[in-house]
Ligand binder design. Structure first.
Ligand SMILES: NC(=O)c1ccc[n+]([C@@H]2O[C@H](COP(=O)([O-])OP(=O)(O)OC[C@H]3O[C@@H](n4cnc5c(N)ncnc54)[C@H](O)[C@@H]3O)[C@@H](O)[C@H]2O)c1
Length: 231
């Protein structure tokens, strides 16, 4: 029970990876609140400032305080850049990058006051290697990694540790949006030869949230990715 007594807000916690993280946190003794665009917890649209503010306030009300924030909300579409609508680009950046900014900013005042906190941002290995038809998604996720490093520098001396996880392909509803061709090509290039499962990502989040295992991680991007990227 490495998270006994901790509180956590898992944004995007109704989805595959977020839900697995929320369950693993609970199994480790944490009190967890989920926020998602879908039902299953507090309703939030991470791309909207007012929605994020009220959802985080509701989570703080329910939990008393937020010790750990997990940013797992995200969307994925596929389009060659030359054909990409500006709206597709903008929506992806709004949810996958601006959403992380807004959620981090909303929980920070409480963490700064208590001089304690952990923030775990779910990026993607595509931030590191790019992805065919996924310039918007990869750019947003690369932004998440840069945000993570910058924020980690800003708040380390206030006892707040900020890190990212960059998973490889994971079997979740998100992958319903990709083509069979993309899936087959991706699977063939993975050294482990298979996609991961959400419960294979959750232990990395538990590590980052826990003492003493997570104490020395700062601005890092951990890569449970079936060996696809070896930075
Ligand atoms: N599945 C993969 O292969 C994979 C790989 C690397 C990274 N990721 C990242 O992991 C995170 C979780 O993805 P997943 O695979 O569990 O997908 P998922 O679709 O199962 O879960 C994503 C969740 O985000 C929520 N969401 C979407 N837009 C939102 C918004 N505007 N406001 C609030 N919530 C919103 C959805 O309702 C859903 O519950 C995402 O950030 C994704 O980019 C996924």
């Amino acid at each position: 029970m490495t998270l006994r007594g901790r509180t956590a807000l898992v944004v995007g916690g109704a989805g595959g990876i977020g839900q697995a993280i929320a369950r693993a946190f609970e199994a480790e003794g944490a009190s967890v609140v989920i926020a998602d665009r879908k039902s299953g917890g507090i309703t939030i649209d991470v791309s909207r400032e007012d929605s994020v503010a009220s959802a985080v306030a509701a989570a703080e009300e329910q939990l008393g305080r937020i010790d750990v924030l997990v940013n797992s909300a995200g969307i994925l579409t596929e389009s060659p850049l030359v054909d990409m609508e500006l709206g597709t680009w903008s929506r992806t950046l709004a949810v996958n990058l601006t959403g992380v900014f807004l959620c981090c900013r909303a929980v920070l005042p409480g963490m700064l006051e208590r001089r304690s906190g952990r923030i775990i941002n779910i990026a993607s290995q595509l931030a590191l290697k790019g992805g065919l038809g996924m310039a918007h998604y990869a750019a947003a996720k690369a932004g998440v990694i840069a945000l993570t490093k910058s924020l980690a520098l800003e708040v380390a001396d206030r006892g707040i540790l900020v890190n990212a996880i960059a998973p490889g392909p994971i079997e979740t509803p998100m992958l319903a949006g990709i083509t069979d061709d993309w899936r087959a090509a991706k699977q063939a290039e993975l050294p482990l030869g298979r996609f991961g499962r959400p419960e294979e990502i959750a232990p990395t989040a538990v590590l980052l949230a826990s003492d003493p295992g997570g104490n020395l991680y700062l601005g890092q991007t951990l890569g449970p990715n079936s060996g696809d990227v070896m930075p």
